[in-house]
Design a protein around this ligand. Structure first.
Ligand SMILES: [Zn+2]
Length: 191
């Protein structure tokens, strides 16, 4: 029987969706890319299809993920960016050789230099992280309000008041917790 792996949490922003492949960082952490082929699956969802991935490439990916998480968290709270994280992001960006391709339909696609170049895909993710951390895109980095999550996410809402990294998971759980607490309170105060 094939082993079941945890589902991906798919967000609209590449870099912060990538950091979301490790979720519940302040609770019971869930690793969503535990083996190389899960990274292959994740990259395919984001238009960065590769046909293979080694454990060494998975390690590079996870290093980049943690570097983006550290830098984005610092940026969200206004701290100085951690130098080690910045170095990892820059290395991955510099070593990527993906080309942006415009399709006849006017869409952007990524073309990797070879189908085994996970490094090219990581370069695209690193460049995406740079653009949001550098404040070049319309939106604001913030931290998820869920105490077991605290993921950095990119808030593109009009009011910039989004509280959770993901409405379907963190947002729903918080709402349910509040609902249950209210139910308990009204039960206790009932005659
Ligand atoms: Zn969250």
């Amino acid at each position: 029987m094939p082993t079941a792996f945890p589902d991906f949490r798919l967000g609209a922003v590449l870099a912060t969706s990538f950091t979301g492949t490790l979720s519940e960082r302040h609770g019971e952490a869930v690793e969503r890319i535990p083996v190389p082929h899960r990274l292959v699956d994740w990259l395919a969802v984001y238009g960065l299809a590769v046909n293979s991935c080694t454990t060494a490439q998975l390690d590079l990916a996870r290093d980049l993920r943690e570097a983006i998480h550290a830098a984005a968290t610092a940026a969200a709270v206004g701290d100085a960016l951690p130098a080690a994280a910045v170095a990892v992001i820059n290395d991955r960006s510099a070593q990527g050789r993906a080309a942006a391709i415009l399709t006849p339909e006017g869409e952007r696609r990524w073309r990797l230099s070879s189908a085994s170049r996970v490094e090219d895909a990581l370069g695209v993710i690193a460049a995406d992280a740079i653009s949001i951390i550098a404040g070049e895109r319309d939106g604001k980095l913030a931290l998820c309000a869920s105490p077991t999550c605290r993921a950095a996410f990119f808030d593109t809402s009009q009011s910039r008041t989004r509280k959770w990294c993901d409405m379907n998971t963190c947002g729903n759980r918080q709402k349910k917790a509040r609902f249950n607490a209210n139910q308990r309170r009204s039960a206790e105060s009932a005659p």
